[in-house]
Ligand binder design. Structure first.
Ligand SMILES: *Cc1c(COP(=O)(O)O)cnc(C)c1O
Length: 726
């Protein structure tokens, strides 16, 4: 199948020419974080808006011509539409953004950002969890700040799975094909106007990739796709599933992403001055850059040096087993013939992927990335420490604290994660320009000016919105005949708006300990059933389909959720994704996080909650270790050193119950004569004031730019500029 650029755009706006540019608005994800644009699509057809789960491309395909004809004459709609378009055009044309003001000489020098997944919006299902969402927030914030990034990733032909939980609590993974026509995705074109295609060899086997692009504000994200007729049926599915398949598939995907990704940018004549690998999956990109230089006659050593000076690497994994490792036999199959082109022997090549403390025949992606990158960072202060300890073996001559691995703590893209009702409040009390200054800590002191009652009422509204979202979900499952009665209860039918509602939403990996709360069921039951001070919990999250223990955790939570003894106060909400996450992090009262320390590199969902006035109750790990100040939420204190896992769990569960019983619940229910829990609202305000600016993607991106992006020496300055590329 060849796809011409326009054939994907199935919408027909020709009958309503004055609204034709709705297509432009829908084709750039800028709309997704811009209320003004979002409101246009909401007003276009409210039912369709909900029905399509906020997907304007699909909405424009399904909207009736009569509706459009009517809107053409609707003065209010046309005014909103025109204003949104004007803002859109101004956004794209602006040059006075942060990066342009500070680094005008670098605005046309792209930075390539490679990631195996990007979480941008539910209509682009190429993410599984935190890593992808971080990458998506990275692109959006880079766009807002004017940082000239280009993204590189995969077009997975199947979206990451939809989760269904069966009557026995067992997770079912349903894979659905990614419908390109319902997504803001288009073929990427080379400068000569032809669809971009590249080829990568897996050993002797050539693989052809076509290339798609998505517009993310000012930024282009390019996606490799092996589903073309030139490839064998098996190879056509190589880019089929995110983190699906065996080691061989995974290696093939990483080769395609790294080596293929470089070839994509070359074919598009985009010449980055810096290359940023988000996690080790993308590290092969630097092999390809060395190979190119060696082919041009430069020695391997010189090429390595040049590549290092223009490469940055972010590591995300404090768990040793979380780093990709491939057996040498597999690498042989895929790279023999390649190392000669890099000016290396087989041994020299293997040395690049050697772990200093591993004498077995394995090729390690993180050590490869460390050797090929000039600068490296972990994703929180604590994760920086953990990473320096973990990789000290590379620099044995240095004391641990001098190991050159830095840290930049993760942050979230504020416009994406803020509830619009909270945004109104911030606009009113922090000033109309608050979003542009969202990393300014002084600005956020004005949170204290918000009357408690006003803040409390907005939160009550968001909580009701969450509960009605939960009810709608189970109602449709029930009507479809998919749910049995006990599943309707487990899904949240008995949740009540009055009760203290605690949210837990994240991947069900065992170290995240979703079952910690159930350590002592009797104590939990007392907490839930206190008649005057009831507590309820909403759990959500997927386990990787290959992760049996993770799936057993879901089953365990589900078992409690459907048990009548717990009275419907424990809920498991199916299919955690960005859409569900938004409702949760905007609508619960407390955000719970209890991973086994120090295994959480950063975590970001708690940052989303804090931004929306939801205090964290969390283990002192990852970002919370820097975010907690004693008055902006609650911390589970770390147990003594040297405990085994069982003892750590005992310790942490005890602390969790104690904090809930003695601090969280009584404070929440301490109402003043006006009905407002002023003590509670004080914590809420502290959470917003102290966490929102520091854990914003704006602060994070400025750090990446100032510390790493603008410093690397420019080895490849010439080339096509970004404007030409789009
Ligand atoms: C934010 C987010 C995550 C990351 O959550 P952690 O706190 O890092 O575990 C995962 N999945 C979704 C859908 C999210 O929105």
């Amino acid at each position: 199948m060849t796809v011409s650029p326009s054939s994907l755009l199935k919408t027909d706006l020709s009958q309503s020419p004055s609204l034709a540019r709705l297509q432009d608005l829908a084709s750039n994800l800028w709309w997704s974080w811009t209320p003004q644009a979002r409101q246009v699509f909401e007003a276009l057809d409210q039912t369709l808006w909900r029905h399509t789960q906020h997907n304007p491309i699909k909405q424009l395909q399904e909207v009736k011509p009569e509706r459009l004809a009517k809107l053409e004459n609707d003065i209010v709609f046309v005014r909103h539409y025109t204003a949104a378009l004007k803002a859109f055009d101004e956004y794209l044309a602006a040059t006075d953004h942060w990066f342009g003001r500070h680094y005008p000489h670098l605005v046309n020098s792209p930075i390539a950002y490679f990631s195996a997944e990007f979480g941008l919006h539910n209509s682009v299902p190429i993410y599984s969890g935190g890593l992808g969402i971080l990458a998506g927030d990275h692109l959006k914030e880079a766009s807002d700040l004017g940082i000239p990034l280009v993204g590189v990733s995969f077009m997975y032909s199947q979206s990451y799975f939809r989760q269904i939980v069966g009557p026995d609590g067992w997770q079912e993974a349903v894979y659905e094909s990614f419908n390109l026509e319902e997504s803001p995705i288009q073929p990427a074109l080379t400068p000569s106007g032809t669809p971009c295609r590249i080829q990568v060899e897996l050993g002797a086997r050539p693989i052809v990739c076509r290339v798609w692009q998505i517009r993310v504000g000012r930024i282009l994200l390019f996606l490799l796709d092996t589903n073309v007729p030139e490839n064998t049926p098996a190879d056509r599915t190589l880019s089929g599933r995110l983190y699906g398949g065996d080691l061989t598939t995974r290696l093939a995907q990483e080769i395609l992403l790294g080596i293929g990704g470089v070839r994509v940018l070359r074919a598009l004549e985009i010449h980055p001055r810096m290359w940023h690998a988000n996690e080790g999956h993308a590290a092969f990109l630097n092999l390809e850059r060395i190979r190119e230089m060696v082919q041009q006659g430069i020695s391997f050593e010189e090429a390595l040096e040049a590549v290092r000076q223009s490469s940055h690497f972010t590591t995300h994994t404090p768990v040793p087993a979380g780093h990709d490792v491939f057996p040498v036999s597999l690498i042989d199959q895929h790279f023999s013939g390649y190392w000669e082109q890099m000016g290396l022997t087989r041994e020299g090549f293997y040395n690049l992927g050697k772990h200093p403390n591993d004498s077995t025949d394995q090729f390690h992606m993180t050590p490869l990335a460390i050797r090929l990158s000039g600068s490296i960072n972990g994703v929180s202060l604590e994760h920086g420490h953990v990473s320096r300890r973990m990789w000290h073996c590379f620099w044995p001559e240095f004391p641990e604290e001098r190991v050159p691995i830095h840290s930049i703590t993760n942050g979230i893209h504020v416009p994406t994660w803020i509830a619009s009702e909270m945004a109104h409040l911030y606009c009113k009390y922090l000033g109309a320009n608050w979003l542009n200054e969202s990393d300014d800590t002084a600005l956020w002191h004005r949170i204290l000016d918000i009357p408690d009652q006003e803040l409390w009422e907005v939160h009550q509204y968001l909580k009701r919105k969450l509960l009605s979202f939960v009810r709608q979900r189970i109602q449709s499952g029930w009507m479809e005949g998919r749910l049995q009665a006990h599943q309707v209860i487990a899904g949240g039918a008995l949740l009540e708006p009055y009760a203290l509602t605690i949210g837990f939403g994240r991947r069900f990996a065992t170290y995240k300990r979703a079952n910690l709360l159930f350590h002592n069921p009797d104590r939990l039951r007392k907490l839930l059933h206190n008649r005057w001070q009831p507590v309820q919990f909403i759990f959500a999250g997927k386990a990787h389909p290959a992760d049996e223990p993770g799936q057993r955790l879901i089953q365990e939570v589900y078992h409690f959720a459907k048990n009548p003894e717990f009275g419907g106060h424990i809920t498991f909400l199916e299919n955690y994704d960005m859409h569900v996450a938004k409702f949760l992090v905007q609508g619960v009262d407390v955000w719970l996080n209890n991973p086994r320390p120090p295994l959480e590199a950063s975590g970001t969902s708690g940052q989303k909650a804090a931004l929306n006035g939801i205090p964290n109750l969390s283990v002192l790990d990852g970002w919370w270790k820097e975010g907690y100040d004693g008055a902006n939420g609650w911390a589970l204190p770390l147990g003594p050193e040297g405990l085994d896992d069982q003892a750590k769990d005992d310790h942490d569960a005890e602390a969790l119950y104690r904090i809930l019983e003695q601090e969280v619940v009584p404070l929440f229910y301490t109402r003043d004569p006006d009905g407002i829990p002023h003590g509670w609202v004080t914590i809420v305000k502290n959470a917003i004031r102290t966490n929102a600016p520091r854990f914003s993607a704006r602060r994070m991106l400025k750090e990446y730019a100032e510390r790493f992006y603008v410093t690397g020496s420019s080895v490849e300055e010439s080339g096509r500029t970004l404007e030409q590329a789009s």
